[in-house]
Design a protein. Structure first.
Length: 478
């Protein structure tokens, strides 16, 4: 091959899958959402706990006051300082009971979302990885075709003009140039797939990644013989998306129960009448008339109340109940949509897996036949026959070799596409079933039977027959 292929940083499928679970941002984002949900759950559980307050309250009055016993106004100034602390609480029992239950469901939903992100990240990485492998497979195939095309051009140029017309040389050169263009396109596909893989793995996108595995590696995670009906129950019981939506439906149900119970359960209120804000209950109280503070001593005041409330005379409660019921219905609809999406994912993935397996068998045979055809055409290219008189004719003409080389490149193209589709479908089925990504990132991935060996380079072609070979002393047909 005249073109010099680039060299990349070695990487294998196992390393890419491990990085898929450790590096991508989607997993980090969903993990942060779990921490956020845990924080909200902690707040919901702490609704029963009163606030603890501490501070200083200063009060000053000048001017007229009313005697609370006689109703007569009198003029007297006063001031006080209260250095104190104490508890305060204002919580509805409906919130304290049902908010922690709903928060627990939300936490479970967010944890299921983390597993979904792991599975999606693994799926994305493997799809891009196998696109990279498919580009390298096409590059290998065009390389095997290029070797033959280059030798065909050299051989055709050495043939006597009486054996082939000049257009045969043009046809061979055109095929060579076409294959070189296809080779550059395959290198481009390799580079672009490498940049996408590096982006997903949070690596330097300018680094060219080169998989260690052979380009036609075949991965087996799920037997191809399993039908969609067999796999559907596994998916419905294992997909984390379904589990997440179920938890959100349960959380919405808890919120609905809270609003239905709110008018029946009181609000607990703990305050202190010692100050106007009700936050300071016990401490040292200093007071006196006008500008003096001659009296001080300890003080403790606390009020505890249970208050039943109908918001907006009950109309507000009805609105809240209807709102929560609608939110529950929306969550249920989303759950149904996810279930049907999972069913579709399994059916599509199984269809791709089964058809890709058939394609691999057929394209493997196509590659073997194309290799044999190309090599036999090279052998026939040096054989001649004498159909009549002194006329010498090639048994296999260069144009037939061009067709064989083109068929070889097409066979490799189809084979690379079939292997890529099979590998991608394997991980698509695995993801559709909801199987944890950690199961394959922590163990060796089983592989199928070895792929066919690359097309061998043809043996050196003997010198082409010259016009002198057609002398009267005879060249017998071969």
């Amino acid at each position: 091959m005249t073109a010099e292929l680039p060299r990349g940083l070695p990487i294998n499928l196992a390393t890419a899958m491990q990085l898929a679970g450790a590096r991508p941002l989607d997993i980090a984002a969903t993990t942060a959402q779990v921490e956020q949900a845990l924080a909200l759950q902690l707040q919901a559980r702490a609704l029963w706990i009163p606030n603890l307050n501490a501070g200083v309250d200063y009060s000053r009055h000048d001017g007229v006051q009313q005697n609370i016993f006689t109703g007569v106004n009198f003029r007297k100034g006063r001031q006080s300082v209260f250095a104190a602390g104490g508890p305060s609480l204002s919580v509805g029992l409906a919130d304290a009971i049902f908010a922690p239950l709903a928060a627990r469901r939300v936490v479970a939903s967010r944890r299921a979302d983390v597993q979904t992100a792991r599975n999606d990240s693994l799926f994305t990485v493997t799809q891009v990885f196998f696109e990279l492998q498919a580009a390298r497979g096409r590059l290998l195939g065009v390389g095997a075709s290029l070797v033959r095309a280059e030798r065909l051009v050299d051989f055709a140029k050495g043939l006597a003009p009486s054996l082939i017309p000049p257009l045969e040389i043009n046809r061979a050169v055109t095929e060579l140039q076409s294959l070189r263009q296809f080779q550059q396109a395959s290198i481009r596909d390799w580079r672009t797939a490498s940049a996408r893989l590096a982006e997903v793995l949070l690596l330097d996108s300018a680094t060219l990644l080169e998989p260690i595995e052979p380009p036609f590696l075949q991965v087996t995670l799920v037997p191809c013989e399993r039908s969609a009906d067999e796999l559907m129950p596994i998916a419905l019981n294992s997909r984390p998306e379904i589990a997440s939506r179920r938890e959100l439906v349960a959380a919405a149900e808890q919120f609905l129960r809270r609003e239905k119970s709110r008018p029946l359960l009181p609000n607990l209120i703990v305050t202190s009448p010692a100050t106007t804000n009700g936050l300071l209950a016990a401490g040292n109280f200093s007071a006196g008339p006008n500008h003096s503070m001659g009296s001080n001593g300890s003080r403790f005041d606390i009020d505890v109340a249970a208050v039943w409330q109908l918001q907006n005379a009950g109309v507000g409660n009805i609105g809240l109940i209807r709102q929560r019921r609608a939110e529950r219905d929306v969550a249920s609809i989303e759950l149904t949509r996810i279930v049907f999406r999972v069913r579709s994912d399994v059916a599509q993935a199984v269809a791709r897996l089964q058809t890709s397996r058939i394609r691999i068998v057929e394209t493997e045979e196509g590659v073997r036949q194309a290799i044999e055809s190309a090599d036999k055409n090279f052998i026939g290219l040096r054989e001649t026959t004498r159909p009549a008189g002194e006329l010498l004719r090639l048994i296999v003409r260069p144009q037939e070799v061009v067709q064989a080389i083109d068929a070889l490149n097409t066979a490799y193209l189809n084979y690379a596409g079939a292997v890529n589709e099979h590998n991608a479908a394997q991980f698509e089925v695995y993801r559709a079933l909801g199987q944890p990504a950690q199961w394959v990132t922590n163990q060796q991935v089983p592989t199928a039977h070895p792929a066919p060996a690359p097309a061998p380079v043809p043996a050196p072609v003997p010198a082409p027959p010259r016009a002198a070979a057609a002398s009267s002393d005879g060249v017998r047909p071969r």
